[in-house]
Design a protein around this ligand. Structure first.
Ligand code: KG4
Ligand code: ZN
Length: 342
């Protein structure tokens, strides 16, 4: 039995290739977190196929929501609101979650709260760090986004830097594909790197002139491709583990250096990481060390809350709900939704 004063939110996430639902109590307690991954399906094609993703979401979503309610021990009648990711992401995939959320909130007369996917990723940090409150700095590194943001308040963001080309996760996925590791590349590079020498090859660390907090990962990706071509042309052995570890070092160093520089420049002593790449073991270790050396408190979600999930959407929805954010029946999927827009 839940306390009557508790606020229970059902959250739905379907922006990419995970169909996910969660019940979150009072913004920080995750009662259930169900994730149905389509990875096995998409890896046959080397990446996410949008049309297949939408179809799979439709097949899975009702079952995933029912599992989330059952695991939390609640029914739709116990809920206070429905939260849903409405952007950014794949439009057909987002639409499935948005339509489902609208149907439930209409049928049960519940407030509907649309959530920005990246706000969700950032909010994943609140789940296991009960002391964490804004303001803090957050490095968001996912498959589609690389942002350095000041979280000024719940749902209030100041973007200091972003990628000029590939997102960090995208670079991991492309390099993994080039060295034959398959999709999704991030976890595979993470694992293979442990067998390689991170100093074997000196890949470039891109800096963007006059934008100290911006990122660029297309240069390091091209450098990996050039290295592979050179090895092939000269008949040299291709050492995949060394390439993976050296590439990863280059990316991790840039991410860590920029995040620490921003924390110092803006005098912020709390630094969080978020998004799929935030589950990378080398990045976590490097950030932990750099934060310790600079007297910065380091926050990170568990890996399961770094990659796409609905619990993080439930947390973000809770704080938006408290602020009075409500969406109408005209809520639509917004594939290029900007952070901070409502
Ligand atoms: O946040 P996420 O699940 O989805 C997006 O919103 O994009 O991030 C997925 C990305 C993929 O590019 C994946 O390769 C990467 O996160 N990723 C990792 C790791 N686990 C997932 N990258 C590096 N190391 C990992 N351990
Ligand atoms: Zn994501």
């Amino acid at each position: 039995m839940e306390n009557k004063k508790d606020t229970l939110i059902l959250a739905i996430e379907s922006s990419c290739d995970e169909t996910a639902a969660s019940v979150v109590k009072n913004g920080r307690t995750v009662l259930s977190n169900i994730i149905s991954s389509q990875i096995d399906l998409h890896k046959l094609y080397g990446g996410v196929v949008p049309e297949i993703a939408s179809r799979k979401h439709i097949e899975k979503i009702n079952q995933v929501i029912q599992e989330a309610l059952d695991a939390a021990g609640v029914t739709l009648d116990d809920l206070d609101a429905v939260g849903v990711t409405y952007g950014p992401g794949l439009v057909g995939a987002l639409l499935v979650g948005v339509a489902e959320a609208k149907a439930i909130s209409f049928a049960k007369d519940l407030p509907l709260v649309g959530v920005h996917h990246i706000e969700g990723h950032i909010s994943a940090n609140y789940i296991e760090n009960l002391d964490l409150e804004p303001p803090f700095l957050c490095l968001v590194v996912s498959g589609g986004h690389t942002h350095l943001v000041i979280v000024k308040d719940y749902g209030e963001f100041q973007i200091l830097g972003r990628t000029r080309d590939d997102a960090a996760g995208e670079a991991f996925d492309k390099v993994a594909r080039a060295i034959g590791l398959g999709y999704p590349g991030g976890p595979k590079i993470d694992r293979l790197s442990k067998e390689g020498d991170p100093y074997a090859i000196d890949f470039p660390k891109a800096k963007v002139d006059e934008a100290p907090y911006d990122f660029s990962f297309s240069g390091v990706k091209s450098a990996v491709l050039n290295h592979l071509n050179k090895c092939r042309m000269q008949g040299l052995p291709i050492k995949e583990a060394d390439i993976a570890a050296s590439f990863q070092r280059s990316v991790v160093e840039v991410l860590t250096e920029h995040a620490i520089a921003a924390a110092k420049d803006y005098h912020i002593n709390k630094l969080a990481i978020a998004g799929g790449v935030a589950s990378n073991s080398t990045l976590r270790a490097a950030m932990e060390k750099a934060c310790r050396e600079n007297q910065i408190q380091f926050y990170h979600p568990s890996p399961v809350f770094c990659t796409d999930n609905a619990a993080m959407i439930g947390v973000a929805a809770y704080y938006e709900y408290l602020k009075g954010t409500r969406h109408g029946w005209d809520l639509n999927a917004v594939p290029n939704l900007k952070l901070g827009e409502r």
